[in-house]
Design a protein around this ligand. Structure first.
Ligand code: DCP
Ligand code: MG
Length: 427
């Protein structure tokens, strides 16, 4: 007699979670200074007369139209009562590690994609912790209880849809897209919500009156291919919520890289150095978080004319240290940036060497202690404000942390985040 059919894994609910903290830098400051709760708080640089940009705005400040990457002066004009605070990168890094540690309690399959954002695949954790939506609620609860912060979570069958879902009801959102409902869920949303749809793509589609993701999904695929080339085919799939990229826990990544597109093209040497530092900090942080050291450092420089050059160097010894990566990146970038107006910078690390021990013991190891000691030494010499590394450069403006672009192999499989739409957009 035939066995009764077992339910296939497809028959279960969605298992991919996208977790993103709400107004991360600003929320950490409001948590630590209760007098700021309920008030508009803007994190970034030295105040409303500074020439830097907004890193994070509390939801109270967003009500006035203040957004990330907006010049601080514009933010100051929009929201006169706002409290301006400098970027305390060391503190946000610490809180970020605490968040990621909470996520790893639910599954080892955690792919951190920026300082406050990660994908999880909880297939396999359901027996222990419940289904995807239950785990999402437990994660929100733990982050609120233990860290005093709120996160928004999207639960879906693909990374693409989970990310769109987490953004939909911010702050403190929880949006679940049941299996099979991906295309219907995306259909009414504006196309800007979809990865890889930037201003240029929108421009090319204006003739077709494409406003929503559903409009895009309904276009004949050959129309999209004609207008957008190979990207058109991928876009049709994405508009239907199709995305086969797995959650990568970094174990099989071949490189880690971060990029930044300047809000305004720049030839300011200081700004270029600071950006390379922020990018190196992001890359080294991800190496350390994955217990990896890299021997090859790459920089990517795109100028105002969209000409892109990359240079790389292999070090004698693999490293995960910010200083080493930054100094190498500076030397590699210098000849490429001198006398040019720069649009985009990237720093990458590849050619992974030894894997350091991860887990409980990482807190106590030598390297970590040295880093903490070094930070303390800086603090005692230059004062508590010196803990953001950018200040070591003698700059008044601490360059904000960049929204981390995805690691190259991840990016190839996944498409790209909303702030990295440029590459998808370029011809
Ligand atoms: N960040 C930055 N510069 C940017 C974007 C972000 O320095 N251009 C920093 C500050 C943010 C953090 O990264 O707090 C996380 O970025 P998010 O895009 O997730 O933005 P928030 O967490 O601030 O807000 P949201 O509630 O929209 O997620
Ligand atoms: Mg966030």
């Amino acid at each position: 007699m035939p066995e009764p059919a077992m339910p296939t894994s497809e028959a279960r609910g969605p298992t991919i979670l996208h977790v993103d903290l709400d107004a991360f830098f600003a929320a950490v400051e409001q948590r630590d200074r209760p007098e700021l709760r309920g008030r508009p708080v803007i994190v970034g640089g030295g105040g409303p007369n500074d020439r830097g940009v907004v890193s994070a705005a509390s939801y109270e400040a967003r009500a006035f139209g203040v957004r990330s990457a907006m010049p601080l002066r514009t933010a100051g004009a929009l929201c006169r009562g706002a409290v301006f605070l400098p970027v305390d990168g060391a503190k946000y890094g610490r809180v970020s590690r605490q968040v990621m540690a909470i996520l790893r309690r639910f599954t080892p399959r955690v792919e951190q994609v920026s300082i406050d954002e990660a994908f999880l695949d909880v297939a396999g954790s359901e027996g222990l912790f419940g289904d995807g939506p239950t785990i999402a609620a437990a994660i929100k609860h733990a982050i609120r209880d233990e860290l005093g912060l709120t996160a928004s979570v999207g639960v879906a069958s693909t990374k693409l849809v989970a990310k769109v879902a987490s953004e939909l009801r911010k702050p403190d959102g929880l949006v679940v897209v049941p299996l099979g409902n991906e295309a219907a869920f995306l259909a009414p949303l504006p196309i800007a919500r979809l990865w890889g749809v930037g201003p240029q793509t929108r421009q090319r589609l204006t003739d077709y009156h494409v406003r929503t993701i559903g409009d895009l999904a309904a276009l004949a695929p050959d129309v999209l291919v004609r207008r957008l080339g190979a990207q058109g085919r991928e876009l049709t799939a994405r508009a239907q919520g199709i995305d086969t990229s797995p959650v990568s826990d970094g174990q099989d990544a071949k490189s880690v890289s971060h990029e930044h597109t300047f809000a305004v093209d720049t030839h300011d040497g200081d700004e270029i150095e600071r950006s390379l530092l922020a990018l190196s900090e992001g890359v080294s942080g991800r190496l350390r978080a994955s217990g990896l050291k890299a021997a090859t450092i790459t920089v990517k420089v795109r100028d105002a004319a969209f000409e892109t050059r990359t240079r790389q160097r292999t070090l004698d010894e693999p490293t995960d240290m910010t200083e080493v990566i930054w100094r190498t990146a500076l030397e590699l970038a210098r000849p490429q940036t001198r006398g040019r107006t720069i649009r985009l910078l990237g720093v990458g690390a590849s050619n992974f060497g030894e894997r350091t021990q991860l887990g409980l013991f990482a807190e106590g190891d030598d390297r970590r202690r040295r880093v903490v000691e070094a930070a303390d030494a800086v603090r005692s010499r230059f004062g508590p404000r010196a803990i953001t590394r950018a200040r070591l450069l003698g700059s008044r403006v601490a360059e904000p942390f960049e929204k981390d672009p995805m690691t190259a192999p991840e990016a190839r499989r996944v498409g790209r985040g909303r702030r990295q739409s440029e590459a998808d957009d370029s011809p």
